[in-house]
Design a protein around this ligand. Sequence first.
Ligand code: AMP
Length: 418
Amino acid sequence: MEQLSHVTNPTFSELGLAEPICRALAVENYTHPTPIQMQAIPLLLEGRDLLGIAQTGTGKTAAFALPILQKLGRPQQPVEARSAHALILAPTRELAVQIGDSFAAYGRNLGLRHTVILGGVTQSRQVKALARGVDILIATPGRLLDLAQQNHVRLDRVKHFVLDEADRMLDMGFIRDVRQIVALLPKKRHSLLFSATMPKDVARLATDMLHEPVRVEVTPQVVTVDRIEQRVFFVQTANKLALLIDLLKDSALARVIVFTRTKSHANRVGEHLERAGIAADAIHGNKSQNARQRALERFRSGDARVLVATDIAARGIDVDGVSHVINFELPNEPESYVHRIGRTARAGKSGIALSFCDASERGFLRDIERLTKRPLLIEDVKLAPAATPPQKKDAREPDPSAFKRKRQWNRGRPSRAA
Ligand code: AMP
């Protein structure tokens, strides 16, 4: 950004953030802003609308939370019953909870009230939390709309509105709910939209929702991907489970996220691992909110060594020290691959990503390698050492006779993401 071009590494206070916020950031051990924070914070403090092209892992939550906290923090204005001064919409429950935690951490010295509203749990506690009004309301769209329609919350006092992960909102079919919510907001407001990608419908929504926005774009892919050792196993569909269980015999795979493309596969992989004596939980959109939180806690605490997840459920999950990401099935969108492997190698650490690729997934692999501009290292599949494969026609194609264990597993074509 132009104003900051002379400053190579500004501090948070140089970006214009007030002392109580900087103090909270020091507690979080944030010494310097990330690129998106550097670019967005001064503009947001000026009150500009913003279109942010950024994904989880870039520090985008603080990029929008800090200026909003500052604006709400001084001078503080009383909130009316059942209303809110800031509204953050997030596509998944996990992301909403994490955003809530971030507001609590960064705003610890400000005495502002926030609450998180999400589906999958009973509404009575949420209704109670809203009754007095809150400074900051973080919500998933469905439940918020539901509560608004029941008059438990009114949105006409919102001054700051953030739509996070707009492309996911679209994928998950929330765009109509989002538009209905936007219609309940006052016309005059401060609006921000974040999205990792910019499909046509999101661009249209941005045009409708934002007023003369500044566009800020950060692309962390290259940096993230470069720190991650990436390998691929060419393996038959039927042998993927055996390979996974085999790999998990190595204790170096200490904290592992396994990705599947569908919810049912996530369940099945989780069940098979448990049966093999490996502590694992599955997390996806069909699980109740409580089950998902429990699974995350077990994974965070190390009680479960493996978390099996779909792309959507894993979006925004922030767990430190993930040693390995395993793509049990390759994603059909190459960007999801980058999101997935970014779960390891967080906070400057390196990590390992292992991908299982069957014959039907070769095209997905090609797309991924095209995007990351890095061919994945090919690993041998050594499931049955007794069986020596005959000469391979294609060095990338494993010989089926190398596999002794036959399992019924996903014999059909890959299906759409869960
Ligand atoms: P986000 O992209 O908002 O999900 O943030 C990704 C991770 O980066 C979270 O664990 C944040 O706590 C962390 N983070 C955000 N900003 C900073 C910063 N300036 N310095 C260090 N860590 C940060």
